[in-house]
Design a protein around this ligand. Sequence first.
Ligand SMILES: Cc1cc2nc3c(=O)[nH]c(=O)nc-3n(C[C@H](O)[C@H](O)[C@H](O)COP(=O)(O)O)c2cc1C
Length: 322
Amino acid sequence: MRTRLTELLDIEVPIMLAGMGGVSYHELVAAVSEAGGIGTLGASTMSAAQLVEEMALVRQLTKKPFGVDLLTASPASVEAGIAAVIDGGARIYVAGLGVPRDVVGALHKKNILVGSMCGKVRHAIAAVASGCDFVVAQGTEAGGHTGTVATMALVPQVVDAVGDKVPVVAAGGLFDGRGLAASLALGADGVWIGTRFIATPEARTVGGYKEALLGLTEDGTVISRGFTGKTCRVVRNEWTQHYEEHPEELRPFPEQFLVSSRAGANHLGPSEGVIADMTKEFMPAGQGAGAIHELIPAAILVQQIMDQAEQVLSRMSGLRHS
Ligand SMILES: Cc1cc2nc3c(=O)[nH]c(=O)nc-3n(C[C@H](O)[C@H](O)[C@H](O)COP(=O)(O)O)c2cc1C
């Protein structure tokens, strides 16, 4: 399938693995890139040294393009991260928080494409004005830090605002080929999928997180500030319930991150092998989690999404003639 996104990134299918901090490490990133999409390392929970190592490991597993996602919250870590991205052979850099104004020029000089996560139309306009090459329009359904506008409403409005200048990628609550076809119908050029890829053997998580996703219903997530201090969609549990009832105890970002980490409720990061207490653990997840019933290798997942999208698109084009 060819879209403006596949052309821009030189990939075969318009599926991007979200750069999920603590989850998207080299195994998952390389699997998605090898399958024809593009994998993005979730570097927000990595040290600069670990990012360098992860990028080298990706390059050992695939020659295809891959990316890095960094939160643009702490300037010191961003500087080290950008240097690693430039040296490590990434094709794309995605800014998870805020418009990456100060780094676009340096990345472009090294032929690295820059994307920006956007929860509002004005974020997308600012990102494009700063020179970003594509934007990800992320609806409130998304797992992780998220805004208030739903994917269905946000994507076409972002497309109207900036779609004539750059490709728009849809995100939030998308988990299969129907979501890809719907995103294309809304004017997007591809999808950026997070939660569905957590339920793969290649994803790294704390013990119990993948199983928790398999048991979730469509309303099993909640937007909480209890783990990081910012609004984050996560699996609902006793920890989120506590902060719903005691919002006065919340600390601002990123202090609340330390609060949850110190309390043993936040293992996002290098925590494989740890079995967490699910009644309080930080498990970012989107509203599509209710549709996840089994772990599927990432390459098969990419293929299934593409096959289903093709079926939906041909069924839809058949509607015109009946
Ligand atoms: C476990 C997890 C960690 C995430 N970490 C980040 C991150 O570090 N940076 C970022 O830009 N987005 C992050 N996100 C958001 C994703 O990039 C993506 O927008 C979201 O997962 C899409 O919605 P979906 O989960 O419904 O597919 C995270 C999401 C999850 C589920």
